[in-house]
Design a protein around this ligand. Sequence first.
Ligand code: NAD
Length: 264
Amino acid sequence: MEKTLAGRTALITGSTSGIGHGMALLMAQAGAKVMLNGFGKPEEIAAARAEVGAAMGGGDAPYSAADMSKPDEVRGMVADAEKAFGRLDILVNNAGIQFVSPVEEFPEARWDAIIAINLSSNFHAIKAALPGMRRRNWGRIVNVASAHGLVASPFKVAYVAAKHGVVGMTKVVAIEVAKTPITCNAICPGFVRTPLAEAQVKPLAEKHGVSEEKALTDYLLEKQPSKRWIEVEEVARMALWLCGPGSGGVNGAALSVDGGWTAA
Ligand code: NAD
């Protein structure tokens, strides 16, 4: 694979699973040194560190156990990445959670957690990482938003609010860094084949009394005209391109990888 990120260092939140893990692997294969973050069983985290480490040329990839719902830990994670690598070139804000419920029954604690993890952690990480990027006069910030950062669906009030917030935050940061070789962009995936999205199929099948296959195409992917999952690598390749050569003119964009969802 072409080493488009040779010499770069990256921190990817929520990279023990799903999209973040796919991005970490691809960026490591492209030559970057990557720090992982996220939860999971110890053996899963160890496996992710070994896999990404092998792509980096051997040894375990560095890892931060920081909880994205805790601002102090977010700041500590950025400091740890700068210490481990000597500098931080690429920040990918990817960690996220979901909860589905009508507004009137939406638990306050779930609202607070989704806003903290899916939205506020991006702010705290960007605030902590930007000074170093400005000093070194180069940086790439990639925020993993969602099609739900551009349009809404029912029963996802906190997630849709947080992801719209991520798209807005991306634009503000992009304008503030516009005269420097730093960029800040958002990726807006549709439904991607990961544990977070796959967990939504079974409840839909039960709710509508249909097979999981039908629940996927008729309900979960109702708005995704391609009627197929987006694959993790398709999202990871967008992040890789945003961090590689030739992407400097793209700033403040919300880039859809959604099988046509937001075009319809
Ligand atoms: P996932 O559940 O596979 O991975 C989420 C990651 O975030 C895991 O590594 C998890 O450990 C980590 N995480 C969760 N809470 C955390 C916390 N408090 N602190 C640190 N890490 C934490 O999910 P995914 O589908 O890969 O989602 C990744 C991102 O992509 C999320 O922001 C999600 O909203 C977004 N997204 C996903 C889809 C989809 O269909 N899968 C679509 C659009 C956007």
